[in-house]
Ligand binder design. Structure first.
Ligand SMILES: [Ca+2]
Length: 60
């Protein structure tokens, strides 16, 4: 998941709004990706977002 790891500056598998701001592509979509609106995008939330927008399914 390069698209996720790249802006995940501290590599903890979760992406804060602070981290997302550094990425011009990710930042405008943060609130769409953060499904439960807790201010943190998890790997699961990103996968759901990608499935919804791109029709991408995670590898089994
Ligand atoms: Ca969240």
């Amino acid at each position: 998941m390069g698209a996720f790891r790249q802006p995940d500056l501290n590599g903890d598998g979760r992406l804060t709004h602070e981290e997302a701001r550094a990425d011009v592509n990710f930042s405008p979509r943060f609130n769409d990706i953060d499904i439960n609106r807790d201010g943190i995008v998890t790997h699961g939330e990103l996968l759901r977002y990608l499935q919804r927008t791109c029709g991408v399914s995670p590898a089994a």
